[in-house]
Design a protein around this ligand. Structure first.
Ligand SMILES: NC(=O)c1ccc[n+]([C@@H]2O[C@H](COP(=O)([O-])OP(=O)(O)OC[C@H]3O[C@@H](n4cnc5c(N)ncnc54)[C@H](O)[C@@H]3O)[C@@H](O)[C@H]2O)c1
Ligand SMILES: O=c1ccn([C@@H]2O[C@H](COP(=O)(O)OP(=O)(O)O[C@H]3OC[C@@H](O)[C@H](O)[C@H]3O)[C@@H](O)[C@H]2O)c(=O)[nH]1
Length: 385
């Protein structure tokens, strides 16, 4: 049976230039597009480890519908040709780990703003559709965080729910280099929006709210640098696998809403296949029902990991660490992130499904299966010096 969109129109197979296809989100999106749609993907990245299983062997059912192009979009003239021969470009490429924002602010700004410029330009000049990945970090801090701690207004959703079309973007001072990422993402959003308004660029902007699941980032010393600091899911997974206490930055009081990657990918597929409903919009994509403090996340991950690994948790499961010690000078944080879902609901009829417990259970089962043995061996090996 032919695939139809939300308005009952037949969806024709398309060619998608996916930049950053080898990353966490890209790998799940490629998997979905290969297994459930007839579309072709030109997968652009400097790495392909996370999509290797889709690229080989030749006998896979989607053989020929995914091609990997190893290129760095900073300096490769092949990029324009790939965008030109696609119907749609999806840009995921970015430096997007908080440990980099204050320690490598130049690389962060270049990656999230300067390197995205040619992508936007080629799409605009060649009348190609663009789905650009921004971030929930563009909202920065909530209005409520500036109210006195005991103010009853802090309980009023008007002071903390983040809405695409009305919430302000509140960043810390320039010395707080944490905001280099959010600021670069905000400026590229504004540029894309302006290309739409002045030159007719057909665009969709996605603001992911802490998408998590298998293949996110790396486990330090196993498939990434030993001194590297990934995002919180991988940091806590690493601690659990090594039977170390989970580190709570500044008391673990910040709040986040976490969404299962597979739920979020459903939303992206709807955007891909419903251009008339998605174009010209900025979409929050998150799960407002899965809110926890980082401390609660640590506690839940400890419980879930114990269940899936069959190991008791250690005596002191968490320790407090200052942000200066953990991330260095210039770190700052978003206090609370609850996405408003009105626009995505209205345009695409999409809702997230998976509870935090369930998504942690499947993700930590994957982490345990993938890394437990390698960690055991790494710990057993006498150190090189
Ligand atoms: N995962 C989340 O919850 C989340 C939240 C907010 C925003 N985002 C945004 O979504 C996008 C994808 O995030 P992710 O979690 O998959 O990150 P990721 O780091 O796993 O993936 C990014 C990919 O882009 C590639 N890349 C970076 N620079 C490149 C370049 N110059 N040339 C070619 N490839 C390059 C990287 O090699 C990597 O594979 C990013 O733009 C990020 O800012 C993600
Ligand atoms: O080991 C750790 C790691 C992280 N944390 C805390 O956990 C919270 C979440 O940290 P993450 O590393 O997931 O990153 P953040 O949620 O702050 O930002 C992310 O948001 C959306 C995207 O744009 C990016 O993927 C990233 O910027 C922060 O408050 C952080 O300080 C810990 O307490 N301990």
């Amino acid at each position: 049976m032919a695939r139809v969109d939300l308005d009952g129109n037949v969806i024709n197979p398309m060619t998608i230039c996916m930049i950053g296809a080898g990353g966490f989100i890209g790998s799940h999106l490629c998997e979905k597009l290969m297994s459930e749609t007839p579309h072709t993907v030109l997968a652009v990245d400097v790495y392909n480890d996370k999509i290797k299983h889709l690229l080989e062997p030749d006998s896979l059912p989607w053989n020929g519908r995914i091609q990997f192009h190893r290129l760095n979009i900073k300096n490769d003239s092949r990029l324009e040709g790939l965008i030109k021969c696609s119907d749609l470009t999806i840009n995921l490429a970015a430096i997007c780990t908080p440990a980099d924002y204050n320690t490598r602010p130049l690389d962060t700004i270049y990656s999230n703003f300067i390197d995205a410029l040619p992508v936007v330009k080629y799409c605009s000049e060649n009348n190609k559709r663009l789905i650009h990945f921004s971030t929930c970090e563009v909202y920065g801090k909530t209005i409520g965080s500036f109210l006195p701690k005991d103010s009853p207004l802090r309980q009023d959703p008007a002071y903390y729910i983040l809405k695409e079309d009305t919430s302000p973007c509140i960043f810390g001072s320039v010395e707080k280099q944490r905001w280099s990422y959010a600021c670069a993402k905000q400026l590229i959003e504004r540029l894309i929006y302006a290309e739409g308004a002045e030159n007719g660029l057909e665009f969709t902007i996605v603001r992911p709210f802490n998408w998590i699941g298998p293949r996110m980032d790396f486990i330090p010393g196993i498939d990434g640098p030993s001194e590297g600091v990934p995002r919180v899911l991988a940091c806590f997974s690493n601690n659990l696998l090594r039977r170390e206490p989970l580190k709570l930055v500044d008391g673990g009081e910040s709040q986040r809403t976490f969404i299962y990657i597979k739920d979020a990918i459903e939303a992206v597929l709807l955007m891909i296949e419903n251009p008339a409903r998605a174009s010209g919009h900025i979409f929050n994509v998150g799960n407002p029902n899965n809110e926890v403090t980082v401390r609660q996340l640590a506690e839940m991950m400890t419980q879930v990991y114990s269940k899936v690994s069959g190991e008791d948790s250690i005596e002191t499961p968490t320790i407090d660490v200052s942000s200066k010690e953990f991330y260095g000078e210039g770190y700052d944080d978003s206090d609370k992130r609850i996405p408003d879902m009105t626009i995505i609901n209205k345009q695409l009829g999409w809702n997230p499904k998976t509870s935090l417990w369930d998504l942690l259970e499947s993700t930590l089962t994957y982490q345990h299966r993938t890394y437990a043995e390698a960690i055991k061996q790494a710990i057993a090996k006498p150190s090189a010096n």
